[in-house]
Design a protein around this ligand. Structure first.
Ligand code: GDP
Ligand code: MG
Length: 439
């Protein structure tokens, strides 16, 4: 996917505007990317429409190429759709808070119940876990074992009791014990079946939970949308836990869950151990779904570093042919603002193949150039032509900066060439497009 987006990005790169025609292909790539990440088709369609509108309406940011900007729009929109970050568990005004766990069999409900209990304990809130899965022989024992492991009590009535009754008594027990939160683990079937739904609905009615959490296996893929729809329609969920994110799935199910239910994903499970629970951060998952690595950091840095007003001034200067060495230095500082050249180049897809030797060379070249410009007088900087005419001045600069006269002559030649070139291009991709001055 990273490669595909990279291609789309490259195509956008040479363009100076985001337009309907050049965006088409890029949108197509995003669409494929999301589908590959298991985002539901319906959800993808809506998303693409949103992104297209935003992209076409966007002001092109000077100095950031449209490809970068497009990726930023896609990413922001994805984060936006994924919802608020880190929504806490519900907490009732009057203890106990009741949390109901729902979901298909094998998704990680029982594990998540124990994870939440441990999480609450770490927050100095006490918990009681209630075992209502009477259908699978080992289910009650599984919860009890986990309870022992984390030192949290488990309430059960054996495997002959009625699940609704167990839940009801479990909440009573919590009141009696003065426990802060009751976590009700429930049974799940391999597929959604009416009996399971009816039972769950009954439990919900009886215990009146403050939070009803749908536990979704991140590897569910496309099905996550249907699943969420059914559970939300028939039971009504108030949040979700996305489990097994430690696998190699991209986690596109998160987007489906969020889009279909409108409810937040509160936690993610990242392993089999009881400690492996994390609050949900939409930005992290958005990056994961798009598999974009550091491209975003680059875009953000670019936006921070570039003072749009300054860039415009520089552009005018170039067009008026008054671009001088002072402006040249300014342009170099823009790049410096964006971090070291090496770090910067590595963040650009495709550029990470640059050898560290190449990068070092580039950085060295920048430093040398800066040193030579520093040795120029104010007059010389403002008027580069003075230098072209006077070997004496070039010698003085060479000595002052510790470089050879050839180096200084080269710099001046390259600068002049660059200025002409930029004028012809009407400034192209400033400031990222600074032509290599040393090479
Ligand atoms: P339940 O049927 O919904 O109660 O699911 P369980 O809690 O019994 O979990 C089913 C399987 O998934 C068990 O083997 C768990 O160890 C495993 N599991 C649960 N959560 C995670 C997770 O976040 N990551 C991984 N890798 N495995 C998990
Ligand atoms: Mg279970």
């Amino acid at each position: 996917l990273a490669d595909r987006l990279e291609d789309a990005w490259k195509k956008l790169r040479g363009q100076d505007k985001i337009s309907e025609s050049n965006i088409k292909e890029a949108l197509q790539e995003v669409r494929r990317a999301l589908l590959a990440a298991d985002v539901n088709l319906q959800v993808v369609r809506g998303f693409i429409k949103d992104v297209e509108q935003k992209a076409l309406g966007a002001d092109v940011i000077t100095g950031v190429n449209p490809g970068q900007q497009f990726i930023k729009i896609v990413y922001d929109e994805l984060v936006n759709l994924m919802g608020e970050s880190n929504v806490p568990l519900a907490q009732a005004d009057q203890a106990p808070t009741v949390i109901l766990m729902a979901g298909l069999q094998g998704t990680g409900k029982t594990t998540a119940t124990a994870k939440l209990a441990l999480y609450l304990r770490k927050e100095n809130r006490s918990a009681l876990m209630v075992a209502t899965d009477v259908y699978r022989p080992a289910a009650i024992d599984q919860l009890k074992t986990l309870g022992q492991q984390i030192d949290v009590p488990v309430f059960d009535l054996g495997s002959d009791a009625n699940p609704v009754e167990i839940a009801r008594q479990g909440v009573e027990k919590a009141k009696e014990l003065g426990v802060d939160t009751v976590l009700i683990d429930t049974a799940g079937r391999l597929q959604i079946d009416p009996q399971m739904m009816a039972e769950l609905a009954q439990i919900k009615q009886v215990v009146n939970p403050d939070d009803t959490l749908l536990v979704v296996d991140a590897m569910t893929g496309q099905e996550a949308a249907n699943l969420t729809h059914t559970f939300h329609e028939q039971i009504g969920i108030t949040g979700a836990i996305l489990t097994k994110l430690d696998g190699d799935t991209r986690g596109g199910a998160a987007l489906s869950v969020r889009q279909i239910s409108g409810q937040p994903i509160k936690f993610v499970g990242v392993g089999e151990k009881v400690e492996a629970l994390q609050p949900f951060y939409p930005d992290r998952l958005a990056s994961r779904i798009l598999n974009m690595g550091d491209v975003l950091t680059l875009v953000e840095k670019a936006q921070e570093a570039i003072d749009v007003g300054d860039v415009e001034k520089l552009q005018n200067k170039i067009l008026e042919a008054t671009f001088d060495f002072d402006d040249f230095i300014k342009q170099m500082r823009f790049m410096k603002n964006m971090g070291s050249l090496g770090g910067l180049l590595k963040m650009i897809p495709g550029m990470n193949k640059l050898s560290s030797g190449d990068i070092e060379k580039g950085e060295k070249e920048l430093k040398r150039t800066e040193a030579m410009i520093s040795s120029m007088t104010t007059e010389e900087r403002k008027n580069p032509d003075l230098l072209a005419k006077s070997p004496g001045r070039r010698r003085r600069i060479a000595q002052g900066s510790g470089h050879s006269e050839t180096d200084v002559s080269k710099l001046i030649t390259n600068f002049t060439k660059m200025r002409t070139m930029m004028q012809q291009m009407g400034m192209g991709g400033m400031p990222g497009g600074m032509p290599g001055m040393g090479a």
